[in-house]
Design a protein around this ligand. Structure first.
Ligand code: ZN
Length: 495
C-alpha cells in the first residue's frame, strides 16, 4: 500500500539583535520554491529535502511538496511571512490529504514577530490538524534553540552533528527512516529534552577540531550503542544571538516509549556540556592582531584565510562591515581576494559602469554605521556576474544559489566581491563564479564564522578568526541587550 507523505521546509535562524526584519522578500532573495520546483531544485543535492525525496523513492511514497523556504539569518520573521508560508503547508495538509506522515526540514532557531518559537508554533499547528497518531518527523540545525513545545508536537526530531554542516542529508535520512519505522513497524518514539543554564556551549557545535562537541557526541553515541531503545541523541549547541527564554544548548533523546532513564541521560549529557562550557577550539583575535599575524605567516601553499566572525551574515551579521576589508587594503596585501561586501548601490553603480571602468565608491558601512565607516575610494570593475551557481561542496553540495547580479572590484589591489544580497561565504564558488580561483590566492577574506572551513580549510595555509567584540554575531555576549532569556545564565550571570 502506497503511503502519502507531505514534505516541506521552512527555515530561519533569527538574530533578534538585528534591526532587519525577515520578510517575504528576504525569502525570495534566498530560497523560495513551491510544488514541483521543491523537487527539481533539491533532488540530487546533499540537503535535507533531498534525503526525504530519496526516502520517498526507496519506500514508494506518494509525495506532496508545498514549499521549501529559507532566508539568510537576520531579524525576526514577520508575521506576514510566517503566516503566508505556514498557511501554505496547512492548506496542503487539508486540501491534498489525508496524509500518512509529515516530514519537515526546519532550523530550530526561528523567532517571529508574534511568537518566540517559530518552529514550536508551526509544529503545534500541524499536530493539531493531523492528530496524535500521524507520524511527524523533523530535521533541525544543531544551532536550534530546542523547546519543549517542539518536543511535545513531533515524534522524531534530529539535528545535524557537524559544524560546518555537511550532514544535512544524513540527518534527514535518519528522520525519514524512523518515520518509516513508525509507519511500518509500529515504532512509538518519545522525545526527552534537557537544557542547561547556558547561552552557548559545546564550542558552538564546532566539529573541525577535537573539543567539546566531539567529546559530548562520543558520550551520546556510547549511550545510543548501549541502550537498545534509544533511537538517536541530538546535541544542540543552540543559537546564542536569539533573545528568547529557551535559548542555548540542549540534549534531545529520542527513544522508544516512555522511559525516565532517557531523561536522566539527557540531563547527564547537559551536565557534560556545562562542565566544558568555557572550552573553545578557536582563537578569536582583533583585526590589528590578525593583520599582523597574516603578514608573518611563512610562505607556502595555500592562502592565509581571514574570517570576519563578528559580521557573519550566516548568523545575522549585516554583511557590510568594512573593518576587516579596510585593514587588508591598508596592509597592502597582494594577490588577495575578499568575499563579500553587501552593497546594492555600489553593485548597481559598477554594473552600469561596466567592466574596465574606474568608479568612485562609498562601499559598505551603511547598515550599522557604528562598526566601521564606508570605504571611500576609487575602484576598477574587474568582472560582473549573474550570481547564479551550484555549490561544489562539501557543504550543501549541489545546491543552487542565486545571489543576484554581482561584481568584482579591484580596490587597492584586492579583488572584492560586492553583492546585492546578504550571503555567508560557504563555498569556493562565491569567488569562482566571478573568475577568481581562491586556490591561487595568498590572502582570502571571508564573511563567515565557521562554515567557510568546509571549503577553505583544505586550501588554507593558516586560518585567522577576527572578532573585535562589536558585531551582532560577536562572542562578546555581555554587550548585547538580552531581556527575555531565563536568568541566571552563563556567561551573563554565572561563571
Ligand atoms: Zn547552524
Amino acid at each position: 500500500m502506497s503511503r502519502k507523505i507531505l514534505i516541506a521546509s521552512l527555515k530561519h535562524e533569527t538574530n533578534t539583535f538585528s534591526k532587519l526584519p525577515t520578510d517575504i522578500a528576504a525569502y525570495e532573495a534566498r530560497t523560495l520554491y513551491r510544488g514541483q520546483e521543491v523537487i527539481d531544485r533539491h533532488k540530487g543535492t546533499r540537503v535535507e529535502v533531498a534525503a526525504f525525496l530519496d526516502a520517498a523513492e526507496t519506500y514508494g511514497w506518494e509525495i506532496v511538496t508545498p514549499i521549501s523556504a529559507s532566508a539568510t539569518p537576520s531579524g525576526r520573521v514577520t508575521e506576514e511571512a510566517f503566516e503566508t508560508f505556514a498557511s501554505e503547508i496547512m492548506a496542503s495538509l487539508k486540501d491534498e490529504g489525508p496524509f500518512d506522515a509529515v516530514l519537515l526540514a526546519l532550523h530550530g532557531a526561528m523567532v517571529t514577530t508574534h511568537d518566540e518559537d517559530g518552529e514550536g508554533l508551526l509544529l503545534e499547528r500541524v499536530r493539531a490538524y493531523i492528530g496524535p497518531d500521524i507520524p511527524l518527523g523533523v530535521s533541525l540545525d544543531l544551532h536550534a534553540n530546542f523547546t519543549d513545545r517542539m518536543a511535545a508536537n513531533a515524534d522524531v526530531l534530529v539535528s545535524f552533528r557537524t559544524y560546518p554542516h555537511i550532514d544535512g542529508y544524513e540527518t534527514a535520512e535518519v528522520v525519514a527512516n524512523l518515520t518509516h519505522g513508525m509507519l511500518e513497524r509500529g515504532l512509538k518514539p518519545k522525545t526527552y529534552v534537557a537544557r542547561g543554564q547556558m547561552l552557548d556551549g559545546v564550542d558552538h557545535g564546532r566539529t573541525t577540531s577535537p573539543g567539546p562537541m566531539l567529546e559530548v557526541l562520543a558520550l551520546a553515541d556510547a549511550h545510543t550503542a548501549r541502550e537498545a531503545d534509544i533511537h538517536t541523541i541530538t546535541v544542540n549547541a543552540g543559537f546564542p544571538w536569539t533573545d528568547i527564554h529557551d535559548v542555548g544548548p540542549t540534549v534531545v533523546v529520542v527513544g522508544e516509549g516512555n522511559n525516565p532513564r532517557h531523561q536522566e541521560i539527557a540531563n547527564e549529557l547537559v551536565g557534560e556540556i556545562w562542565t566544558r562550557r568555557a572550552n573553545i577550539t578557536i582563537d578569536p583575535m582583533s583585526t590589528v592582531d590578525a593583520i599582523a599575524r597574516a603578514k608573518v605567516v611563512p610562505a607556502g601553499e595555500g592562502a592565509v584565510v581571514l574570517a570576519d566572525f563578528a559580521d557573519n551574515p550566516g548568523g545575522g551579521g549585516y554583511n557590510d562591515s568594512t573593518k576587516l576589508l579596510a585593514a587588508m587594503i591598508e596592509a597592502g596585501f597582494e594577490n588577495a581576494a575578499f568575499s563579500n561586501i553587501y552593497d546594492p548601490a555600489v553593485t548597481k553603480q559598477a554594473l552600469t559602469a561596466g567592466i574596465g571602468a574606474e568608479i568612485d565608491i562609498s562601499l559598505g558601512g551603511k547598515t550599522e554605521t557604528d562598526f566601521a565607516p564606508p570605504i571611500v575610494t576609487k575602484a576598477t570593475v574587474k568582472a560582473t556576474g549573474d550570481g547564479k551557481f551550484h555549490m561544489e561542496g562539501p557543504m550543501a553540495q549541489g545546491s543552487y544559489v542565486d545571489m543576484w547580479p554581482c561584481v568584482l572590484l579591484d580596490i587597492g589591489g584586492i579583488d572584492v566581491v560586492v553583492t546585492q544580497t546578504r550571503l555567508q561565504v560557504l563555498d569556493r564558488q562565491y569567488f569562482r563564479h566571478l573568475g577568481i580561483n581562491p586556490e591561487d590566492k595568498d590572502f582570502l577574506g571571508v564573511k563567515s564564522a565557521q562554515h567557510f572551513r568546509a571549503a577553505f580549510a583544505p586550501i588554507a595555509r593558516e586560518i585567522l578568526v577576527v572578532d573585535e567584540g562589536d558585531g551582532i554575531t560577536s562572542r562578546n555576549y555581555p554587550v548585547l541587550p538580552y531581556k527575555n532569556v531565563r536568568r541566571p545564565v552563563w556567561p551573563l550571570d554565572l561563571d
